[in-house]
Design a protein around this ligand. Structure first.
Ligand code: 8YV
Length: 322
């Protein structure tokens, strides 16, 4: 039987592209440009396997574009860019890559937290602009982390990994909002306080870090009311999905000084960045770098590939989400 035809919609790290090419009839997106909706739709008729990323919108119209694709093996853990209901309705399996990007994303949440707290972006911009007038006791004072409360919105793999870094590495107190209480061992290890109510957590935290998946349920979870429930002078960190935050309300909370700062890695309509944020010194803006280490991006490719191999061999899919 001919090897299944596989499309990688974007370039992957070389070792995993090569592994895919050895095992499958794999087509690469040589120019690494985002595919159009029409190109994605026609791929559904040309490939057995589609391996998209967060930069592809696999909506119902794309899924209706052809009947050849049997599995969508997403390169990434979040899959809110894929219409899983439409996939399910046409018996297309969907898989993701959980676990392998936990540490990299938690590291990036701490990068944003530290950059916002210590005004690192502001300082770098000042220096590069040739406007640093020299050391002085009151120059760019930020906030300490030790003894401050970090509130995690959702306490899954990445939320817990972020809490571990903040607690064991920086002496922060840990609080979290989640649907249910964490395992006793984790709660004890982190001395973590559970808040069953989101606004209760927001009011109790000096720093808030978001770790909910993107979905219609979490859209605008951090709206104007949530932002005003946050402590005056606190910070918001988002490595989850842009749609979770109302950015107009966030810009206003930063402008008014209610929030001391924010650190964002994700945006509602990437690669567009809400323009009202671009002129604000107190927000750190990164271009969706959560999982961007060579090791992690290779491991993500391996994980996506393990799902495609399982499918090709007729086995249960290890990371099936639909
Ligand atoms: C990935 C992410 O790089 O995995 C995720 O959900 O947000 C990123 O870290 C991206 O999704 C790749 O598709």
């Amino acid at each position: 039987m001919a090897a299944p035809r596989v499309l990688l919609t974007r370039r992957w790290p070389q070792p995993v592209e090569r592994a895919m090419q050895e095992r499958f009839d794999t087509v690469l997106n040589e120019g690494d440009r985002p595919l159009s909706q029409a190109e994605l739709a026609s791929a559904m008729g040309e490939f057995d396997v589609l391996c998209p990323t967060v930069s592809d919108r696999i909506d119902a119209a794309v899924i209706a574009g052809g009947t050849r694709t049997k599995i969508i093996a997403n390169y990434g853990v979040g899959f809110d860019h894929i219409d899983v209901h439409a996939a399910k309705a046409t018996a297309i399996a969907v898989t993701n890559t959980p676990g392998v990007l936990t540490d990299a994303t938690a590291d990036l949440a701490m990068t944003l937290l530290l950059m916002a707290a210590r005004r690192a972006g502001e300082g770098e911009r000042e220096l590069r602009a040739g406007q640093w007038s020299g050391w002085r006791p009151t120059h760019l004072l930020g906030s300490s982390l030790k003894g401050k409360t970090l509130g995690l919105v959702a306490f899954g793999r990445i939320g817990i990994a972020t809490a571990r870094r903040a607690h064991h590495g920086f002496g922060m107190k840990i609080a979290y909002y989640a649907r249910r209480e964490a395992d006793e061992a984790v709660a004890r290890e982190l001395d973590a306080t559970f808040h069953p109510d989101l606004h209760g957590l927001l009011a109790a935290s000096d720093f808030v870090s978001l770790h909910v998946p993107g979905s219609s349920e979490t859209a605008n979870l951090i709206d104007a009311a949530a932002l005003s429930a946050m402590k005056p002078g606190s910070y918001l960190i988002n490595t989850a999905r842009g749609g979770v935050v109302d950015h107009a309300a966030l810009a206003e909370a930063l402008r008014s000084g209610h929030l001391a700062g924010a650190g964002l890695d994700v945006y509602p309509a990437e690669p567009q960045v809400p323009p009202e944020l671009l002129g604000l010194e107190s927000v750190v803006l990164l271009p969706h770098l959560g999982s961007a280490t060579a090791e992690t991006r290779t491991a993500m490719g391996e994980k996506a590939m393990s799902n495609v191999v399982a499918w090709a061999e007729g086995r249960d899919l290890p990371d099936r989400v639909a």
